[in-house]
Design a protein around this ligand. Structure first.
Ligand code: GRF
Length: 192
């Protein structure tokens, strides 16, 4: 029997672009058995495609302006106002400061397209192919102030074929991410 959550965890998803993981998380949050309720979508990019996905689902959107030196303070206020207890980073291209993580003081998860601790940072698929790796994958982990280094929640592997290029590997990994992120959230919240 699936555990039924009386009270769902108010969640904010942070994006910067396409938002395909956001889409899968929105789909997940609509399920009766889902432990999360996505109340906010935060973007640092006004033109992020993911914002239209949020709009379609009538989720409150909030755009942050990284040039505003008070943006973290404003963002924290927004998160506290909406009683957010979980942040899910999904293709969010800005590193959150140590101060922000400390002040938020609740879990922040991220999905990274590699088998961490290997291939932290950007251009993971390019580096994986260049190094002729046999496997790659995706990892959901807790966010700390050190890039892509927090505790691993869940990881899934894919094989890298000989004919793989960046595009095909990205597509292959995105496909598994759309299942991995909801599964990882469920695992993480059940073990809290
Ligand atoms: C994903 O591959 C994720 O692992 C990485 O950024 C990509 C975001 O894709 N952090 P999307 O915007 O969710 O489609």
């Amino acid at each position: 029997m699936e555990k039924l959550y009386g009270e769902k965890i108010n969640t904010a998803v942070f994006i910067s672009g396409r938002g395909s993981n956001l889409k899968s998380l929105i789909k997940y949050n609509k399920k009766r058995n889902s432990p999360i309720l996505i109340k906010l979508v935060i973007s640092n990019n006004l033109n992020a495609k993911g914002l239209t996905i949020a709009k379609k689902s009538k989720i409150i959107k909030y755009i942050i302006n990284l040039n505003n030196k008070n943006f973290e303070k404003k963002l924290l206020n927004k998160l506290f106002y909406h009683k957010i207890s979980l942040i899910c980073l999904a293709g969010f291209m800005k590193i959150l400061s140590k101060n922000f993580i400390k002040k938020f003081n609740k879990p922040i998860l991220n999905i990274h397209p590699s088998l961490l601790p290997k291939y932290k940072g950007l251009n993971t698929h390019r580096r994986v192919i260049k190094n002729k790796e046999k496997f790659s994958g995706s990892t959901v982990h807790l966010v700390t102030s050190k890039l892509d280094s927090g505790k691993i929640v869940l990881q899934k592997k894919v094989t890298v074929s000989k004919r793989e290029n960046e595009k095909t590997l990205e597509k292959k990994i995105l496909k598994i991410e759309h299942f991995l992120y909801p599964e990882a959230i469920k695992k993480f919240l059940l073990n809290l």
